[in-house]
Design a protein around this ligand. Structure first.
Ligand code: NAD
Ligand code: DAU
Length: 357
């Protein structure tokens, strides 16, 4: 394949995937299609924007006419589809945007891909990037496998589950060569500071309260973003059509334990007395429908494609903190303007249950 469309390439994970593909595959032409919503930022790709095999297209996947024309003109042989509305809290306040982008946008891409390649599907691939949240929530034990029944609880995860079903339906009904992966929580550079780790790094730095939902007992399985990108590379090239692969870090953390660990690292990096940052921990009203625990069984990916996470969590977390501390301009840029309004709406009136100190 030579011409590859990556959607959502200006976002957090997408930018790491674009960088990997542009640098690793000079023979490929990489097209990054992104609407540049609040979460999309071309600053994330400054280092590769002049590469001869990189092309940026600003556009909306919800616009079917535009997508059809784009595919007719470019005949992308491979698609790696990451564009999405991705934040659970925003899906609780504004679900409809998630339905348009995550469901309608995905179907528009499937239709355009089908239209261009009907009867000539050999060597083509449509790769849909999804989340472990489609599987719902776990109790104290067990992990999600590719066979775990879907049971989404937030408008975000329901919209992703719906898009996964549609991608599979296009495989079963129209024979499209599709592959899906469902990954756990990513962390690393360039993540928008609405998500737990960058938000808390930003707040600690600015001595602002750390809004921990509920009692902080929810558990997530954390994976360094470049390890997700390396799994995407493998699955795109070697994943079998019609198959699903789970991707996870085998690295579970209860939120409160992770937050206290982060506070310790931040004290050290900012030269503060140990114990200073954890005094910012503030327990607030829980997220509605908050899933208790996610854990991924990625043994299929390990066995079939020989993938394993390569970044050790201690090092990954330090690297992440260092990146945010040394990229102040990036952080200031994305937290100016509309971010303040978002923050006030999400947290300004949120009921405080307990302050740690
Ligand atoms: P993100 O919010 O950082 O980036 C999303 C990107 O999509 C942005 O650049 C945005 O501008 C673009 N976009 C949004 N709506 C669009 C539209 N209508 N048309 C074109 N572009 C549009 O998201 P992320 O965290 O990088 O997640 C990327 C993908 O990976 C998503 O599909 C998400 O569901 C999935 N995922 C994320 C995680 C995670 O931990 N972040 C884990 C598993 C799966
Ligand atoms: O599991 C994969 C998913 O991980 C992706 O599909 C989503 O796109 C991504 O946003 C992420 O979803 P989460 O809801 O798990 O991530 P978030 O960073 O929003 O929250 C992580 C945990 O921290 C969760 O239990 C909620 C909690 N939390 C989050 C925020 C933003 C807080 O306690 N306080 C907060 O302010």
């Amino acid at each position: 394949m030579k011409k590859i469309l990556i959607t959502g390439g200006a976002g957090f994970i997408g930018s790491h995937v674009v960088r990997l593909f542009v640098n690793k595959y000079p023979d490929y032409q990489i097209y990054n299609l992104d609407k540049l919503t609040y979460a999309g930022n071309l600053e994330n790709l400054k280092d590769i924007e002049k590469s001869p095999n990189y092309h940026f297209i600003k556009g909306d996947i919800v616009d079917a006419k535009f997508i059809d024309k784009l595919f007719q003109e470019n005949r992308f042989e491979g698609v790696i589809h990451l564009a999405a509305e991705s934040h659970v809290d925003r899906s609780i306040t504004d679900p409809l945007e998630f339905i348009y982008t995550n469901i309608v946008g995905t179907v528009n891409l499937l239709n355009a891909f089908k239209q261009v390649w009907k009867g000539d599907l050999d060597g083509k691939k449509f790769y849909h990037i999804s989340t472990d949240e489609v599987y719902g929530t776990l109790g104290e034990t067990g992990s999600f496998t590719e066979k775990t029944p879907y049971d989404p609880h937030s408008p975000y995860s329901a919209s992703k589950a719906s898009s996964d079903h549609l991608v599979r339906a296009y495989h079963d009904t129209f024979g499209l060569p599709v592959v899906i992966s469902n990954c756990s929580n990513n962390y690393g550079p360039n993540q928008f500071p609405e998500k737990l780790l960058p938000l808390f790094i930003h707040n600690i730095k600015n001595n602002k309260p750390l809004p921990v939902y509920g009692k902080g007992l929810n558990t997530r399985d954390w994976l360094y973003v470049e390890d997700h990108a390396s799994a995407i590379d493998l699955i795109f090239h070697r994943g079998k059509s019609g198959e699903t692969y789970n991707i996870g870090g085998n690295n579970e953390w209860k939120n409160i334990d992770l937050i206290l660990k982060l506070c310790g690292i931040m004290d050290k990096k900012l030269g503060r007395t140990p114990g200073t940052s954890e005094k910012l921990v503030t327990f607030v009203k829980d997220r509605a429908g908050h899933d208790l625990r996610y854990a991924i069984d990625s043994s299929k990916l390990q066995a079939e494609l020989d993938w394993n996470p390569s970044v050790n969590f201690e090092q990954g977390l330090e690297k992440t903190v260092d990146w945010y501390l040394s990229n102040e301009a990036w952080l200031e840029n994305v937290t100016s303007g509309d971010y303040q309004k978002y923050y006030e709406e999400q947290y300004g009136k949120r009921e405080i249950r307990e302050i740690r100190h």
